[in-house]
Design a protein around this ligand. Structure first.
Ligand code: NAD
Ligand code: SER
Length: 323
């Protein structure tokens, strides 16, 4: 780790950014981690270190900001996620791609920028990908505009890494589960919403069918993996596009059964909507053997331990310990 690093986080008010900012401020010092977003963030992000409203699409302000604050690392987290992107496909394509190209060009132009992190997603895969343990290298025919933008993004990341000898690192996150900030419009959001509705109402109407298995990861493991990848020796990183990472795989029914161990009267119903087709097109688990080999990617939480913490934390948020 370079102690003199100055880090820019774009999308710091979001589900991942709101936790990653705090984790990076602990490591690098609050004054070295510049949180930015289009909207206001939680008070601990805005008051606990530098925060500024910044639009990643505004390349002129972006370069000015990067030079002025002597930024050496960028985490680019702004995107339109899978469910929301299907409602505004062309706009989502422009936001996801143009923002990435702005960051890649910035990394090429500004010599001080040593490393960039940009997340890809399980959404790069499609129905022709092996459904279980999708390999790192395999058939990828995404059916969603979000998945197409992530797949194209991966190709551009690899291109800039190889052609311009940059150091841009990436993870294909599975669905992320967390309690600090609510998710931003993805297909895996049910696995967060379910906890809020279980605690507040004792029931949940799920937008996916009971047997839809998807890859998932608890936020503390996602944050740790992200930082571990960014701190890994560059020479060990064989994947120049984006790494598969694993975690857990479960269905809404399995998650509801786990919740019932804590809230016995919890009741789940199912009303699949347009997101069912998206979920059906994604693998249920990713093979992360290359990430394990290259940078010791590892996880702490499983379905049981994640559920226990989610229920405790959501109960604390709403001031209730039991229904
Ligand atoms: P999110 O929607 O919760 O947060 C994204 C943030 O970006 C929001 O706070 C939004 O205001 C901000 N933003 C949007 N447009 C912007 C712009 N033009 N300029 C600056 N900020 C802007 O998303 P997230 O869940 O935190 O995801 C972060 C990244 O991780 C995305 O690239 C997403 O595709 C990827 N990812 C997330 C998941 C997941 O389950 N959360 C899974 C796979 C990949
Ligand atoms: N959680 C994300 C989504 O559902 C996966 O990238 O869009």
């Amino acid at each position: 780790m370079l102690l003199m690093d100055n880090i820019l986080i774009i999308g710091a008010a979001g589900q991942i950014g709101s936790e990653l900012t705090l984790a990076l401020r602990k490591i690098y010092g609050a004054e070295h981690v510049f949180a930015t977003d289009l909207k206001q963030a939680a008070p601990d992000i805005m008051d606990g270190g530098p925060f500024q409203i910044l639009d990643v699409m505004d390349d002129k302000r972006l370069i000015h900001f990067v030079i002025r604050h002597k930024i050496t690392q960028i985490y680019h987290l702004a995107a339109v996620l899978s469910g929301n992107a299907e409602k505004i496909p062309i706009q989502a394509w422009h936001i996801n791609m143009d923002s990435l190209m702005n960051i890649l060009d910035l990394a090429k132009e500004v010599e001080d920028i040593k490393k960039v992190f940009w997340p890809s997603s399980v959404a790069v895969f499609g129905p022709t990908t092996p459904h279980d343990s999708a390999p790192q290298l395999t058939i990828m025919e995404p059916r969603t505009v979000y998945g197409i933008s992530k797949q194209a993004g991966e190709r551009w990341v690899e291109y800039y890494n190889r052609r311009y000898k940059l150091d841009i690192r990436s993870i294909r996150y599975p669905g992320l589960i967390s309690y600090k900030t609510e998710p931003g419009g993805g297909t895996t959001d049910y696995a967060v919403e379910i906890f809020y509705d279980a605690v507040k109402h004792g029931c949940y109407n799920c937008f996916l069918s009971e047997d839809t298995a998807l890859p998932m990861l608890f936020m503390p493991d996602a944050i740790k993996s992200t930082i571990d990848l960014m701190e890994a020796e560059a020479a060990n990183l064989s994947v120049k596009s984006s790494y598969n990472i694993g975690g857990m795989s479960f269905t809404p029914k399995q998650l509801s059964e786990e919740i019932k161990k804590h809230i016995p009267d919890f009741n789940i119903s199912y009303k699949p909507d347009f997101r069912q087709a998206i979920a059906n097109s994604w693998p249920c688990r990713l093979d992360d053997s290359i990430a394990k080999n290259d940078w010791d990617c590892s996880f702490t939480y499983n379905l049981e331990s994640m559920t226990e913490i989610m229920i405790q934390e959501v109960q604390k948020k709403f001031g209730t310990t039991k229904l």
